[in-house]
Design a binder for this molecule. Structure first.
Ligand SMILES: CSC[C@H]1O[C@H](OP(=O)(O)O)[C@H](O)[C@@H]1O
Length: 344
């Protein structure tokens, strides 16, 4: 199952709002459609929205019909539109910057040169992500005990990336190595990425997955059923603080309380050395109806006030290690992140 693919000068996107009951691909032909798909979370997950935005830049270039002199200004507008879709996952900005840098290299060529160059960069971002995730999986094996039970939150799998997944990349590697007993998947309110996406992904591959409500995680840990927690990330700052799906912070504190290792899995494209700590990470607040409803069904009084942060920040002190494509980063994070990623 592909999260997305490019064909006939269009981006085909798996519509994740329809999962798990419908596997439907939407055909996107304009950058505005890609921006809308990211905003409405038809595509979601830090690396996946970066890859989708990269293809959005290609669609923007493809549809341009103005003069050569105005092209750069137009493409910058495409860049800014895609950049404005969601504020927390740094992969979005990393991918767009990479596309912009490639444009700077090809902009003096023909229209065909620009299109070919941008498409090649989008392909590279997409294909590189799968390799990064497989490396994360390989490194993650070092922290997975035999017959392991892993608890995870949200969806950091194939559906959040170009393929294989970050946290679920560790799960897949452990499963393939015969080290995995089972996975507990948090449902992950309010948009239920765990219930709708992680459960779906793992069942598709015959991986033993048990769905729990978010508020059950502490009790499951107290029963001694969890060997380690592995989650994804949307942004890791220079000191090792991590922004991830809302509920991750609570999970990290619960894991600490129960003496359970808590790992974050993330590729280098999720690490933001420009931010010194998690205090600087912009946290997306989404539509209140996402909390008042499940799907289209109201589950609260329609007039009730809602606070709906889509992410929280887990301080580095609660994180046992960060499993990356370059190895496992352990404390002291500022020093060790710089060692592995400082020289970019
Ligand atoms: C591998 S990154 C996955 C990351 O993205 C998710 O957020 P969203 O579903 O809102 O895009 C969540 O934070 C996952 O851990």
């Amino acid at each position: 199952m592909d999260t997305m693919y490019w064909r006939d000068n269009s981006l085909y996107l798996l519509d994740q709002t329809r999962l798990p009951f419908e596997v439907t691909y939407v055909k996107l032909e304009t950058y505005e459609q890609v921006a809308e798909a990211i905003k409405t979370m038809k595509v979601r997950g830090a690396p996946a929205i970066g890859a989708a935005a990269a293809y959005g830049m290609v669609l923007g270039a493809l549809k341009y019909s103005g003069g050569a002199r105005e092209f750069e200004q137009y493409l910058r507008k495409v860049y800014e539109t895609l950049k404005s879709t969601r504020p927390t996952a740094v992969n979005l900005f990393w991918a767009l910057e990479r596309m912009w840098m490639r444009f700077q290299k090809v902009k003096n060529g023909t229209t065909e040169d620009v299109f070919t160059g941008l498409l090649a960069e989008a392909y590279a971002i997409f294909n590189e992500d799968v390799e990064l995730n497989k490396r994360i999986g390989k490194y993650g094996l070092d922290v997975v005990p035999d017959n392991a039970t892993i608890l995870t939150h949200c969806n950091a799998g194939t559906l959040a990336t170009a393929g294989y997944g970050t946290a679920l990349g560790v799960v897949r590697a452990a499963y393939d190595a015969g080290k995995l007993k089972r996975v507990f998947a948090d449902e992950t309110r309010p948009l239920l990425q765990g219930a709708r996406l992680t459960a779906f992904e793992l069942l598709e591959e015959g991986i033993d997955v048990t769905l729990i409500c978010d508020n059950m995680a502490g009790y499951v840990m107290s029963l001694g059923l969890v060997d380690l927690v592995v989650v994804g990330a949307d942004r890791v700052t220079a000191n090792g603080d991590v922004a991830n799906k809302i509920g991750t912070y609570s999970l990290a504190i619960l894991a600490k309380e129960h003496g359970i290792p808590f790992y974050v899995a993330a590729p280098y494209s999720t690490i933001d050395l420009n931010l010194t700590s998690g205090h600087d990470i912009p946290i997306e607040e989404r539509n209140p109806d996402e909390v008042r409803k499940i799907g289209d069904r109201l589950i609260a009084p329609p007039q009730v006030k809602v606070f709906n942060p889509a992410f929280d920040v887990t301080p580095a002190k609660y994180i046992t290690g960060i499993i990356t494509d370059r190895g496992i980063v352990r404390p002291p994070y500022r020093e060790n992140i710089k060692k592995l990623f400082g020289g970019e």
